[in-house]
Design a protein around this ligand. Sequence first.
Ligand code: F3S
Length: 426
Amino acid sequence: MKLDDTDKAMLDGAEGPAVAAAMDLLVRYGQALDAEELCDVRNVAGTMTQPSPIKARLVREGGWHKAYAVLNLDSDGDFTIPDMKVPTCQLQQSFGPDAEGIAPYPRELITLQSDAEAFYGRKGVSILATCTPYQVGNIPVRGEHLAWMESSAVVYANSVLGARTNCEGTASTGAASLTGRIPCWGNHHAANRLGTHHIDVRTAVGGPLDWGMLGYFAGGLVQEERPVVTGALAQPDLLDLKHFGAAAASSGGVEIYHLPGITPEAPTLEAAFGGRPVPEAAVYGARERAAVYADLNSQGDSTDVDFVLLGCPHASLDQVRDTARLLDGRRLASGTQLWLMVPRALRTTADRNGWTQIIERAGGRVLTDSCPAMSRSAPPGTKVFATDSAKQAHYLPAILGIEAWFGTLAECVDAAVTGRWKGEPR
Ligand code: F3S
């Protein structure tokens, strides 16, 4: 792999042993990927503060610098971690102090995470603590190279914003933060961003439920390739595309898609394929939609719902407001809990608007930083949950061994208030 003079100097220790270890990791990583070179990044999003038993042991044995070396640089070196060289943010993490006494989650891991926030914050990491950094001020521009983790954020950055990132990991983001470099392969190259599959939508798609189901279909169809979707699509907004991308990255491994006339790199269908022949379209019609709905509800048996989970990916302000409106003047059924996951920065605004208070007056909880899948934690005794997120319906039954229902926000709120699932195929 070609290294420029600055790369070589970093590798040789000109910026200290931690940066040398970071560059060594990037060289090994790039060579394994057959990357020809590294590219500049000035926007890194990782999961550095995420607590774990192994991190607790490393901190006990050698402090936070040691934990960074081992977990974020894959190094057993004994050195001091310098400040982050380029802007870096923390994505979602585990539950924090605001979930204590609500989520059954170990106190010692909450403390470890708070200590991690203090350490990484001092090093220059912005503790956004959300899977949706693009909702709280980290909005890359078209063509910008990034090193981001979190599949739902990666697909949003690539597809909706036209930025360029692969789905990175804990170590590669840790190394990118200290060097401002990342292997230039995959989604960093224009040729690897062109569409591979065409999906022709022949049933009306509008609103987050529809977009989530369409994303689930697209991911299942193309797996790790790049769908181009045309047809009966209403103009989507941030919320719709948040759900579309997260679902496509769950049923498959989609990291970039194109909606001709909507997403920035696809002014036309032909442009989405780079002028190559447009492949024969796979149809998404009423039958395919019904099959996706049935699939997402295949883990539900009992209609007695004891947990409702909203805000995956983390809720937009519109979702918080709509949830508050649906719960205003109502009470959750006894024995049923509702958690709404929001970015902490948006919770401040939700508090200010009075929406948090309405949700809490009804018995619901507005939680930040994490989610049940990330923290592997749901209300004690949960057997059946309902959600408006295709991603959570896909993952949570396997992670927590619980039944799942998937439907609209209104159906989920209704389930929280009545304790019964009455969602209908629509
Ligand atoms: Fe975010 Fe958790 Fe969903 S991290 S995308 S709310 S699974």
